[in-house]
Unconditional design. Structure first.
Lengths: 140, 406
């Protein structure tokens, strides 16, 4: 299967690879997918509690080229956006931007889930004030 | 020596046609183009002679007699003919077939179809090394069993089954033994007498011959195997496979078989050396890599490795100047990784990270060294990108995580 130029570009030069301290109260972490399914995405955002602006975003992804590209693109898109703006990103936007074929749509769904999970984690930290424990494992 | 890119290292999928094979085939397209079934002119006779010569060359490769070789369009057809042909012909005797779980789809799906028609099929499991347990086989045989079909060597992991022992058991129990010999023939010694094989599927394009040309060995003595045909027509190939013969393809198949036979001792040793060099190079460069299947009972040119925490398709994308294949099925709609690796008990997480290397006649040491370097480089880069690698390094037990699955 041939990959689109944009997928190849993100695969070769992934944006914002890395990790943020998950204990940081201003950092939201989303970990979605499963190794058995061949895709795991970890998306982290540092969000300013005053402005609700996503100031920093980092990812790490285990998955095919399209999964890597989808999460790389997601970090690019959420940076500088407010939480509400980021939540309005749809997987179909990612599909369109990366020209993903039908068999790769799940990669974009996972990226959307990762955005929502990371913001959810951050909201949980703020809504219920910071809880003790490992919030990275949001699905425990 | 300069390396020509891309490098082909997927010789279990297909092999390039040896130039000597091409040379042998060329006269049979335009000059000697006759139909081997034309009995009344020189064009037909020339074609027939060429076909009979090829039949003898192929028979010699597996220690059979020329009359026991039936030409087909490829191994898929040969497997279909062997299994469906026996099933129909011996329906009165019984309706039970024994196979095993890591067979090629040409065997598994043929068996599945027969199940729809009232046949019963036993799918033997394999151990972690990829081989069946002979006691399982003995226990599975009943008075209704008419056929055992077990591949010689596996296409993904190169694991060689205990063929001679299976042949012996089949003979003791009076059950026919069919084997898909596609990956083994021409690469390691295959001897239908010593191995006790009654039917053997072969194809030209896995042994440096052309695509679209296969054969089925059908034993004629001790015991004689009869087959119901699945293609009806002019009664070619002793009535077992009608259809005008692919004369140039068959000539190429014969020549390819002869070359394999002559060069096997040297070639298999050379490829084993290259394969081990590849394995050792990868193991020296990377941690958390795992071999799938037995290293003892294995084709000399096969290597199947799981690179933990790196998804196979993304690895292939990184080494895009090297042609290998992945046990991950991220390309398919099912998202199911290799059923062969699953059958060995390889976890789905590791199955998604596996790569199959298939070395061949035209690979060089320089190519092996280049591939080793590329794999090490890309795996290292992708692990930097992998949340799983990070978590494992932090000491988390990934198998104990409660993963959210879509």
């Amino acid at each position: 299967m041939a990959y689109s130029d944009k997928v190849v570009e993100h695969y070769n030069h992934p944006r914002n690879v890395g990790s943020l301290p998950k204990e940081d109260p201003n950092v939201g972490t989303g970990l979605v997918g499963a190794p058995e399914c061949g895709d795991v995405m970890k998306l982290q955002m540092r969000i300013n509690p005053e402005t609700q602006v996503i100031e920093e975003a980092k990812f790490k992804t285990f998955g095919c080229g399209s999964a890597i590209a989808s999460s790389s693109l997601a970090t690019e898109w959420v940076k500088g956006k407010t939480v509400d703006e980021a939540l309005s990103i749809k997987n179909t936007d990612i599909v369109r931007e990366l020209s993903l074929p039908p068999v790769k749509i799940h990669c974009s769904v996972l990226a959307e889930d990762a955005i929502k999970a990371a913001i959810g984690d951050w909201k949980k930290k703020h809504g219920a004030e910071v809880e003790e424990g490992d919030t990275a494992r949001a699905h425990d | 020596m300069a390396i020509k890119l891309p490098i082909y290292m997927d010789n279990h999928a297909t092999t390039p046609v040896d130039p000597r094979v091409v040379d042998a085939m060329l006269p049979y397209f335009h000059e000697k183009f006759g139909n081997s079934a034309s009995r009344n002119h020189a064009f037909g006779w020339a074609a027939e002679e060429a076909v009979e010569n090829a039949r003898a060359q192929i028979a010699r490769l597996i220690n059979a007699t020329p009359k026991e070789i039936i030409f087909t369009s490829g191994a898929t057809e040969s497997n279909n003919l062997a299994i469906k042909g026996v099933a129909e012909m011996y329906r009165e005797k019984g309706n039970h077939i024994i196979t095993q779980v890591t067979e090629h789809k040409a065997v598994l799906d043929t068996c599945k179809r027969l199940e729809k028609y009232g046949y019963e099929v036993t799918y033997l499991p394999v151990a972690k090394d990829g081989r069946i347990d002979l006691d399982d086989l003995r226990r599975a045989i009943t008075a209704k069993t008419i056929l055992i079909t077990i591949m010689y060597a596996n296409n993904e992991i190169g694991v060689i089954q205990p063929i001679a022992e299976i042949g012996k058991i089949a003979k003791e129990k009076g059950v026919f033994f069919h084997s898909d010999g596609v990956q083994a023939a021409g690469k390691i010694p295959v001897d239908v007498q010593k191995d006790g094989i009654d039917l053997l599927a072969l194809t030209a394009h896995k042994l440096y011959g052309p695509k679209g040309c296969g054969a089925l060995y059908v034993r004629r003595r001790n015991p004689r195997v009869q087959l119901a045909s699945i293609i009806d027509g002019g009664g070619h190939e002793r009535g077992m496979r009608s259809g005008t013969l692919n004369v140039p393809g068959i000539v190429g198949f014969g020549k390819a078989a002869e070359l394999c036979q002559n060069e096997m001792p040297e070639e298999s040793q050379r490829l084993r050396g290259l394969r081990d060099r590849l394995k050792d190079g990868i193991f020296a460069a990377l941690d958390e890599v795992y071999i799938n299947g037995s290293m003892i009972y294995r084709l000399p040119h096969n290597l199947n490795i799981s690179f933990a925490f790196v998804e196979g398709e993304s690895l292939l994308m990184g080494i895009n100047d090297v042609a290998v294949s992945s046990g991950s099925a991220c390309t398919s709609a099912t998202l199911e990784p290799s059923y062969v690796l699953k059958a060995l008990g390889v976890g789905e997480d590791l199955a998604h990270t596996s790569i199959r290397f298939g070395l061949g006649r035209f690979n060089t040491q320089e190519e092996v060294d280049y591939v080793t370097g590329r794999v090490a480089e890309v795996v290292t880069r992708l692990r930097e990108l992998s949340p799983l690698y990070e978590m494992a390094k932090e000491g988390m037990d990934l198998s104990k995580m409660n993963w959210k699955t879509a």
